[in-house]
Ligand binder design. Structure first.
Ligand SMILES: Cc1ncc(COP(=O)(O)O)c(C=O)c1O
Length: 327
């Protein structure tokens, strides 16, 4: 496993930072979770919506007054290079982080502190089980408000909110938490957006409900419209609407599209995975592995000239950004 760290590609074990690093003390960093999906037939890893993830990283960084010295495109190339260096031929998770690298404590002036960026990749299978319906619990922790730490920016410090909610959910016997916002409306899971299907309509909380504007959420809205002819309504959603929904599912880079069969001990409809969820999930899994030619613009190939044998044996590299040239 490799990292791009302090302008060099290194084995992860060699990528170390000081205990004085500002981001460690104050959570002054923003990150992305990106998946590279293995296509066995082609011997290829496709990074899903790589450019969109890097653009979201740059937007999150703006909030924190972090300057990223690479363009989104260059960040995509760095991510691909990290995967090639690790010679991954499997499903992987890529973690880009932009952070306040200044080795200084007791200084809250973000605009004056030094920044850096890192990227690393590691193998990751399922985060939640997408093959069965999971049991979710409504969290006693409220989703952090836009006026406190903006949820639409993926800021490291705010993930304490997710950790509290997820931990509480799992210790209470659920598989995932559903967080309400400050007004008591449904916001999202600890690391996923949420959708319901009611009377043939897809409904998901609106951007103003303190959600992260998920890239999987956007992909599912697009697939529902283009492939199933279903529009998605983005609006405030009440907790009780979840209990009465025909179908519920979660979306996220780590969680993919995970069906929910029970919430707070109440079965969703008959407790089985619904038709719309099944159809969207099948479409989504084909798309992310580069198996649906219509959506190849969302899939960034890591290895050059993919073929089962050549990609497996040498993983030939597409030219990467020489990050060291940019300083
Ligand atoms: C809090 C939160 N909501 C939603 C999502 C889903 O976003 P995406 O589909 O871009 O991974 C994530 C995962 O990144 C998340 O951490």
């Amino acid at each position: 496993m490799y990292a791009f760290f302090k302008n060099k590609y290194l084995p992860i074990a060699e990528a170390k930072m000081s205990i004085l690093t500002h981001a460690f003390h104050y959570g002054t960093a923003c990150f992305e979770g990106v998946r590279g999906n293995w296509n066995e037939d082609e011997g290829q890893v496709y990074i899903f919506r790589a450019q969109d993830h890097m653009e979201r990283l740059i937007n999150s960084a703006k909030v924190l007054r972090i300057k990223i010295r690479f363009t989104a495109e260059e960040m995509v190339n760095i991510a691909a290079e990290v995967v090639r260096k690790g010679n991954h031929k499997e499903d992987i998770y890529i973690r880009p982080v932009a952070y306040k690298s200044a080795e200084v404590v007791a200084n809250m002036k973000a605009h004056l502190l030094e920044d850096d960026v890192m990227v690393f990749a590691f193998p990751l299978g399922n985060y939640l089980d997408p093959n069965k319906g999971i049991h979710c619990g409504t969290s006693s922790w409220r989703r952090i408000d836009d006026l406190s730490i903006p949820a639409r920016a993926k800021i490291n410090g705010s993930y304490v909110n997710s950790v509290l909610a997820k931990t509480e959910a799992v210790e209470s016997g659920f598989e995932e938490a559903i967080m309400l916002n400050q007004d008591g409306h449904v916001s999202e899971g600890s690391g996923e957006n949420i959708f319901i299907v009611k009377n043939g309509t897809l409904i998901t909380p609106a951007p103003g409900d303190n959600i992260l504007l998920g890239i999987t959420r956007d992909s599912v809205i697009t697939l529902a419209k283009q492939e199933l002819g279903m529009e998605t309504v983005e609006r405030q959603l009440d907790r009780s609407e979840l209990y009465q929904a025909d179908e519920v599912f979660l979306t996220g880079t780590a969680a993919h599209l995970t069906p929910v069969s029970k919430i707070d001990h109440r079965a969703i409809a008959d407790g089985k995975i619904g038709q719309v969820t099944q159809r969207l999930q099948a479409l989504y899994f084909d798309v992310i592995r580069g198996k649906n030619k219509k959506y190849m613009q969302w899939c960034h190939p890591v290895y050059d000239k993919p073929s089962k044998s050549s990609a497996k044996s040498n993983g030939a590299a597409v030219s990467a950004v020489r990050a060291s040239d940019r300083r």
